[in-house]
Design a protein around this ligand. Structure first.
Ligand code: GLN
Length: 212
């Protein structure tokens, strides 16, 4: 499995290191043609305006949308903002997920904080998963989740900090800055699921063509 990490700006190296620890080949993606042959992509945290503008300058926006038509993408923090359809500011977005975002939602006093976050999606074989150690750095909040997007985690006050829509994953926090690899493994399963779905769709198209 080959996973790319968008390496225009931000915390991409930490994602690559986590993937390598999991025995997965990771690729730093700096040009649109480097998306070819990848099975999934992570858009890291950083500064969403900068990543978006660089993506525009390097003609990445449409290739990233095309990639997302069949392949899994995970956005962490600034990456989650880029996946959203609206961040209430004038900035380039991929608009691949039916989520809206409020940037820097925690104000200056609590620029950064760490909490134990309940994530039922990480439980396996029916047993409850231990909480995820979530690191928030000038983090956004997922304000609304619509269409077939669903909430994966909320803060104690109900605010949404993780969501999934088909093969897209958005987290407000930074799992790559911890030793906890469960969300990376969760994403790798999403990559495999997207591959299977796509292969099945391809097979159905071939069958339909043969029968027509
Ligand atoms: N505050 C940044 C933004 O709005 C996101 C911060 C991060 O990715 N850690 O783009």
């Amino acid at each position: 499995m080959k996973i790319g990490v968008l390496a225009l700006q931000g915390a991409f190296i930490e994602h690559c290191q986590m993937l390598e620890r999991l025995g997965v080949q990771s690729y730093q993606v700096r040009l649109p043609q480097q998306l070819q042959g990848l099975d999934g992509l992570i858009i890291p945290g950083g500064e969403s305006t900068t990543i978006g503008k660089l993506a525009q300058d390097y003609n990445f926006i449409e290739p990233l949308r095309a990639f997302g038509a069949t392949k899994a993408i995970w956005g962490t923090c600034a990456g989650a903002i880029l996946l959203s359809k609206d961040a209430h500011r004038d900035q380039p977005l991929l608009r691949l997920m039916d989520i809206t975002i409020v940037r820097n939602a925690f104000g200056r006093q609590v620029d950064s904080f760490e909490i134990a976050l309940e994530m039922p999606c990480l439980s396996q074989n029916g047993s409850q998963a231990p909480p995820f150690h979530a690191v928030f750095i000038r983090a956004p909040i997922i304000e609304t989740v619509s269409a077939d997007a669903r909430v994966l985690a909320r803060l104690a006050d109900g605010r949404i900090v993780a969501a999934q829509q088909k093969h897209f994953l958005a987290t407000s926090f930074h799992p790559e800055l911890t030793q906890d690899d469960r969300l990376h493994r969760y994403f790798l399963r999403m990559v495999e699921d997207a591959q299977k779905t796509h292969e099945q769709r391809g097979a159905v198209l071939v069958i339909n063509k043969e029968n027509s």
